[in-house]
Design a protein around this ligand. Structure first.
Ligand code: OOG
Ligand code: NI
Length: 461
């Protein structure tokens, strides 16, 4: 049996191919990448400490390749095939996002690498949403949508063959992996010819834009690819100068000294020419987004984040045309004053996840983990948040449905149905960060010869 290509390498082949394809399809994406690269270079040049911190934590090398994308699929079979495709690239479903909280008829997961080493090689992720026809008011239309979806096949025959092979043999050789990437890319391509009449499109659009976007086309076109910036406020400001109009507000936490979780902004979806059974029309689906990532939060930190955000949204709600955006950002900054803004406090108060490392080995026995950090023998680097945020995601969806309006709806979570569709349970992101923290701390204490402190690891985690 010949040697298999590492899934991390297949992922890099794929994310590069996807980025090249999207740059060709959506020229604004190229403009955005250039802007982000300029801002990142300027930020690093102005902040030698930040550069050092990112370099020491192994974060710098992944920055320039880092992207996330998003797709929307229509059926259980489709999302299951997505799971199979991404597994070949070392990407697994992490987290369950119920977007019905924001009135959107979808629920989602993120396919991403889960091992530390894989994340640092290439953290490429895909936010994947499954539409929920059960939430449509017009159930007759929902059944029509089901029939339309049942007639399409979003994965090529060759890709399905290669999936069977990869699953049977535990991977693909480099030659087969190349072919697999080419075939997989077909699934995510844009099609300017819809599969339905203009009339059916209009009916589905009226039910929900997202439903029309999924049901009326041959496949789940990639709808954005998002680079990671070190200064999202600079990018937000820089967009208009390059002819791009951003959404009204940056989603997520406000600007802070110690970045937490995820901040995101996007530009509105493009109106694109589409043919409906030979009749020309338009459709808006594809857009651009930028993200800034900070430290992952422990349950207590996440509860505090949710609380600060809820208080902000109760005070100010942004209108469909971006009304009250400035008030919103001001209220956000005020409410987040309650959130400690330095890494040491975030660590000591058990609000955020860290990754530990030893500097040197077998040092004299210390009295506590805190003492080892103070003496510089034990290093604590923040763990980057690798996931998404449902309220922010809803804001990104919303702005690309043509509105900046914020809304808060009731819960209608349906994780069991989602996991049945995907034929596996989604990974719990909290457990992944906690494992990295505990294992890195145990390993570092071992190297430092501090076996007597291992029992304290549980207190930290
Ligand atoms: C996905 C929107 C969510 C994010 O970064 O939170 C998202 C979509 O529009 O399909 O990409
Ligand atoms: Ni996104």
């Amino acid at each position: 049996m010949s040697e298999k290509m590492h899934p991390d390498d297949i992922r890099t082949l794929f994310s590069t191919a996807m980025s090249d394809m999207y740059r060709e399809e959506v020229p604004q994406y190229g403009t955005l990448i250039d802007l982000v690269q300029d801002v990142n270079a300027a930020t690093l040049a102005a902040n030698p400490d930040l550069r050092r911190q990112l370099e020491d934590a192994g974060e710098l090398s992944r920055l320039s390749v880092e992207r996330h994308g998003a797709i929307r699929v229509g059926t259980a079979e489709e999302i299951n095939n997505m799971r199979r495709i991404f597994a070949v690239m070392g990407m697994y479903p992490v987290g369950y996002y119920d977007l019905s909280v924001a009135g959107l008829p979808v629920h989602s997961t993120a396919f991403r690498p889960i091992e530390d080493a894989s994340l640092s090689r290439n953290p490429f992720r895909v936010f994947c949403s499954l539409i929920r026809l059960d939430l449509l008011e017009d159930q007759e239309l929902a059944r029509e949508a089901e029939v339309i979806l049942s007639k399409r096949q979003i994965v090529t025959d060759r890709a399905l063959e290669l999936l069977d092979l990869a699953e049977a043999e535990g991977g693909l050789t480099a030659a087969l992996a190349q072919g697999f990437v080419t075939e997989a890319l077909e699934t995510f391509r844009w099609h300017s010819d819809a599969t339905v009449s203009a009339q059916t499109y209009a009916a589905l659009l009226k039910a929900h834009r997202l439903i029309a976007d999924v049901v009326c086309f041959r496949g789940p076109h990639i709808n954005h690819l998002t680079p990671r910036t070190l200064d999202i406020d600079a990018v937000q400001k820089g967009m208009p100068e390059r002819g791009i109009t951003p959404k009204a507000i940056v989603e997520g936490p406000p600007q802070r000294a110690a970045s937490i979780l995820l901040r995101q902004t996007s530009f509105k979806a493009l109106e694109e020419d589409v043919s409906f059974d030979g009749v020309s029309g338009t459709h808006t689906a594809r857009f651009g987004e930028i993200e800034q990532r900070g430290v992952a939060l422990k349950p207590a930190g996440r509860a505090l984040y949710d609380d600060c955000l809820a208080k902000t949204r109760a005070r100010v709600s942004v209108g469909p045309n971006g009304e009250r955006a400035e008030e919103y950002m001001a209220a956000l900054a005020e409410e987040f004053a309650a959130f400690p803004d330095d890494l040491t406090t975030l660590r000591r108060e058990n609000l955020a996840y860290f990754r530990f490392g030893a500097k040197g080995q077998n040092v004299p026995a210390a009295a506590s983990i805190e003492d080892l950090i103070a003496s510089g023998d034990l290093i604590a680097d923040p763990q980057t948040y690798e996931d998404f945020l449902p309220v922010s995601a809803a804001g990104i969806f919303q702005s690309n449905l043509g509105s900046d309006e914020q809304s808060n709806f009731g819960l209608s979570s349906n994780q069991e149905i989602f996991e049945a569709a995907i034929q596996t349970k989604v990974f719990d992101e909290q457990a992944l960060y906690a494992k990295t923290e505990a294992e890195s701390l145990k390993a570092a204490l071992d190297i430092l010869g501090q076996g007597h402190l291992v029992a304290d690891v549980l207190k930290v985690a």
